[in-house]
Design a binder for this molecule. Structure first.
Ligand code: G6Q
Length: 539
């Protein structure tokens, strides 16, 4: 395992040294630090200088990555080897953004050609919906699109729809339903006109309880309001799936199905057919720009030397903090309201990928793996949880994300927003010493309270503007950061067996809630909870 390599041990010695040195000292002793520790990728600027690293640390991290075979594993992924070994699948989200005309043969099939055939299908459908050429059952044009999906079939498109608000069609609104809590569908259907609504049922497997429950209820709602004519389904329901049989069994014409493949993981699928709602919202050209942004970062990750490789360095620095400093969480703090769902999206991407305790060869890991990822947009977080980041007992490494220009400049608060962004990173890094506090005339008994330890690390990601291209770059950056960490930890970042057990138990409990005569054989806590629920409903 990686922890028994010389490189891991060397990094431990390096890490101990780095923890003892403050960011104040580092910046004071090296005026070139910011430029030396920054990486630029097609206009996206990553400043890593407020991390607890020196060039010796970068070398030790790169040595660890080499010991784990990161470069070879990147090639294995990009070329379609079945690196998702527990499901015997290739992992080819990078093929989703190959430029038109590329070719990539995987398992005997040209994946790049397949991708572009589906993109063309999506573009022609989106163009029709956007132009009004696609009509509902009663001849109305589509004004509302409801995406029904969950997990990877919801978080990505929902995040991107919100992020790209400035690029949206002015008279088509998208709504997103994921939770099996009926309130969610109720909210999505409230105030919309069935005659001008298109439902997108987004499910890779087309077996997911939440999605199929919501899709069935949406279908009943539509038929009920459009006179019960089943022919309406073809005009108001399309599917995004790998399961044509399941789609047909649901009653959706497979001509209205947008396909993807088992080599696209759910949480890596927002740029596959799962992005149809986004394409309808922003148009095929903007969607293509987003794919170009993904591809720009993909190319960088594949070709840049590791010490100049932004996703690899972010992943490796995360390993340093998780395994050598024992810091359990990672914050993502966009100074951009439009990225309000970005932390939630990354939470799935990272925690479902690397929240693992078994290595690829089936052994129990003996070191920590995935950190808890969380976050909220600034400046709101500053008035809530930043207290802990500044003065709490366990440092929280954070990623800040900002843009030089706002997407909606009519209300011009941008300088204030960005001043806060830069100030937070500076305050975390430099802190405020007791002497500095005292020199302001603060009473002795308050000095400790007003002292900031500093030395709290952050990444600063800055781009000109939150365009589709930049969003693609950012998502790809985090996908590859996640991959890098998975390679170091030797886990499979592309399965998610940990979500299965709860699903199986829920299926068993549904009939037990419905039928009071079923004998219960769970633990006493679960039995009592079920009994109380039944009693409440007189079952
Ligand atoms: C993602 C996971 C998971 C998945 C959902 C929805 O990587 O596999 O979040 O996306 O469970 O699955 P379906 O798309 O099959 O409905």
């Amino acid at each position: 395992m990686i922890d028994s390599t010389a490189e891991w041990n060397a990094l431990r010695a390096e890490a101990d040294g780095q923890l003892a040195k403050t960011l104040r000292e580092r910046f004071a002793s090296n005026p070139g630090r910011a430029s030396e520790l920054s990486i630029e990728v097609d206009g996206l600027h990553g400043d890593l200088s407020k991390h607890l690293i020196e060039s010796s640390t970068v070398e030790a991290l790169v040595a660890l990555a080499n010991a784990a075979g990161l470069k070879d594993k990147i090639e294995a992924m990009y070329s379609g080897e079945h690196i998702n070994s527990t499901e015997d699948r290739a992992v080819l989200h990078t093929a989703l953004r190959l430029p038109k005309g590329s070719s990539l043969t995987v398992d005997g099939q040209d994946a790049a050609a397949d991708v572009h055939a589906v993109l063309d299908h999506m573009a022609s459908f989106s163009n029709d919906v956007r132009s009004g050429a696609w009509k509902g059952h009663t001849g109305e044009r589509i004004k509302t699109v409801v995406n029904i999906g969950i997990g990877g079939s919801d978080l990505g498109p929902f995040m991107a729809y919100r992020a790209l608000e400035a690029f949206r069609h002015e008279s088509i609104e998208c709504r997103f339903v994921s939770n099996v809590d009926g309130t969610h569908l109720h909210q999505a259907l409230t105030g919309i006109d069935p005659a001008s609504t298109l439902f997108i049922v987004a499910s890779k497997t087309f077996t997911t309880l939440e999605t199929l429950s919501n899709a069935r209820s949406a279908r009943a709602w539509l038929l009920d309001r459009l006179g019960g004519d089943e022919a309406a389904i073809a005009k108001h329901f399309v599917a995004l799936s790998t399961n044509a049989e399941g789609v047909a069994a649901f009653g959706i014409d497979t001509a209205n199905m947008f396909e993807f493949w088992d080599w696209v993981g759910g949480r890596y699928s927002m740029d596959a057919a799962i992005g149809l709602s986004v394409m309808i919202a922003i148009g095929a050209e903007n969607f293509a720009d987003m794919l170009a942004g993904f591809h720009s970062m993909d190319t960088h990750f594949r070709t840049a030397p590791l010490d100049q490789n932004l996703p690899a360095m972010l992943g490796l620095i995360g390993v340093l903090y998780r395994n050598f400093f024992d810091w359990p969480t990672h914050g993502v703090l966009p100074y951009c309201q439009l990225l309000d769902r970005f932390p939630a999206y990354l939470q799935q991407l990272d925690m479902e990928s690397n929240g693992k305790q078994t290595t690829l060869d089936g052994k129990a890991v003996v070191y920590d793996t995935g950190a808890v990822v969380w976050g909220e947009p600034g400046t709101n977080g500053q008035h809530a949880f930043y207290q802990l980041i500044h003065q709490g007992t366990t440092p929280v490494p954070v990623d800040f994300i900002g843009f030089y220009e706002p997407d909606f400049p009519e209300v011009d608060h941008h300088d204030a927003l960005i001043a806060n962004l830069f100030a937070q990173a500076e305050a975390l890094a430099m802190g405020k010493t007791g002497d500095e506090v005292r020199s302001e005339g603060v009473a002795d008994e308050l000095v400790a309270h007003k002292t900031f330890p500093g030395n709290r690390p952050s990444t600063m990601l800055m781009a000109p503007r939150l365009t589709p291209f930049v969003l693609g770059q950012l998502v790809s950056l985090y996908e590859h950061r996640t991959f890098t960490q998975g390679v170091i930890w030797g886990v499979n970042s592309f399965d998610q067996w940990g979500v299965e057990l709860g699903k199986v138990l829920a299926k068993a409990i549904i009939p037990e809630l419905e039928d009071g005569s079923i004998e219960l054989a769970h633990d006493s806590s679960t039995n009592a909870l079920i009994a109380n629920y039944r009693a409440h409903h007189n079952r």
